[in-house]
Design a binder for this molecule. Structure first.
Ligand code: NAD
Ligand code: GLY
Length: 373
């Protein structure tokens, strides 16, 4: 049991997220190989619902319709696949289905998919009947290590990503590592982009681990790419432990939670300037981490050896991405428009040595320009 950080590890494959200001409110994250065969039992035991609305997309439904059983009381909404469908139209489809199937307040939505499905289903659950329970069954690595935990739910607006959303925590999260077997290499690697982030913010999460996650990633690369179940469960467990610790302390991102955006200020500009088409989110995050490391050099918070070690780990995971030549003024403009900017000041999370990070918001333009060179 890890006390003082809001997390209680009761069993190697179950974590509990406790949201500090909401005394008594917590939810479990179940992690393991094959556990989705018990979804029906989990839903029955852990919710008070009579009916379930399972939200998924065409790809996941095609892959898993015959092997995952949600029980007789489940109806399905099958959305089109893709980030471009994380929008009002899909929200309306989900709400229409909930009305059609007469879901009531005690009933439950089930997000069965990657981060897109998790975010949109959570948002639909937050607004349907002023809030019904929802459950996260993440099927991508990115969703298992990051987006299914912490309660950020949203849809996109044509003017920007995740502009309409809420903080709305799931009833429980069930991450079956077997789902990762059908991901293609690029989707696996985009999840690894977020995984690498945790290595560099580990100590700032204020949740002591028995070993450095950075060392774990160096030691287990082959098993991770082979999707060895015990190693994947361990990896997801560590990431969720770190994330849950941060969320437990700062659910609504008043301060600490911003560290989860390490690399993301640069990443969002990369994604915006390439119209979200050229790079996956995790690829952009890996490139963003490298840029944040260079900003750390400019800010003199880390030395060349630290940055080299980070570069080596990123390259080891095949995430050393070649970026196009961006126009620096456009890049800075894109970072200023990021919704995490404060009063038009760009806020960066920079490395602070020894797997710590800190926020800086008054970085002189010349330093940013040197990072972008
Ligand atoms: P995604 O949900 O689009 O999934 C990626 C692709 O993999 C899709 O084509 C999907 O159909 C497919 N897929 C999903 N599971 C599969 C499986 N088991 N086998 C084969 N294919 C599968 O993308 P993602 O990377 O999971 O998530 C990205 C989204 O997550 C973005 O919208 C981002 O904004 C959001 N996000 C949210 C948070 C948060 O805290 N809420 C954090 C990070 C990212
Ligand atoms: N993925 C960033 C957060 O959950 O805050």
């Amino acid at each position: 049991m890890l006390a003082n950080c809001g997390i209680y590890i009761m069993h190697t494959d179950k974590l509990t997220v406790n949201i500090a200001p909401k005394a008594g409110f917590g939810y479990d994250i179940f992690i393991g190989s094959g556990i989705s065969s018990k979804i029906k039992e989990f839903l029955k035991e852990k919710t008070s619902a009579n009916k379930f609305l399972v939200v998924t997309n065409e790809t996941i439904y095609r892959l898993y319709k015959n092997s995952v059983d949600f029980g007789e009381n489940a109806d399905f909404v099958i959305l089109k696949d893709g980030e471009e469908h994380k929008n009002f139209e899909s929200l309306q489809i989900i709400i229409n289905a909930a009305i059609e199937h007469k879901l009531e307040r005690r009933d439950c939505f089930v997000a069965f998919g990657g981060g897109v499905i998790g975010d949109i289903t959570g948002f639909a659950a937050a607004v349907y009947l002023r809030g019904v329970d929802f459950v996260q069954i993440p099927t991508t690595l990115l969703a298992q290590v990051d987006s299914s935990v912490g309660g950020k739910v949203a849809i996109n607006h044509e003017k920007g990503k995740n502009l309409i959303g809420a903080f709305y925590q799931p009833k429980f999260v069930l991450a079956d590592t077997d789902f990762l077997k059908t991901l293609d290499m690029r989707q696996l690697k985009t999840g690894l982009g977020e995984v690498l982030k945790y290595a560099f913010i580990e100590k700032s999460c204020a949740c002591p681990l028995n070993y450095r996650f950075f060392d774990f990633l160096h030691a287990h690369k082959s098993e991770i790419f082979e999707l060895k179940p015990s190693v994947m469960a361990g990896l997801i467990n560590i990431c969720c432990t770190l994330k849950a610790s941060v969320v437990a302390q700062d659910e609504r991102e008043k301060g600490l939670r911003a560290i989860l955006n390490f690399g993301h200020t640069f990443a969002h500009a990369i994604e915006t300037l390439t119209n979200y088409k050229r790079f996956t989110h995790g690829e952009a995050v890996a490139a963003g981490i490298k840029m944040a490391m260079r900003l750390g050099l400019e800010e003199k918070t880390v030395d060349e050896d630290y940055v080299r070690a980070a570069d080596e780990l990123i390259a080891k995971y095949g995430l050393d991405i070649a970026l196009p030549a961006f126009d620096s003024a456009e890049f800075i403009e894109a970072m200023t428009l990021d919704k995490k900017a404060d009063n038009s000041k760009i806020r960066f999370i920079v490395p602070d040595g020894d797997f710590l990070v800190k926020m800086v918001s008054d970085v002189p333009r010349e330093k940013i320009l040197r990072v972008l060179e």
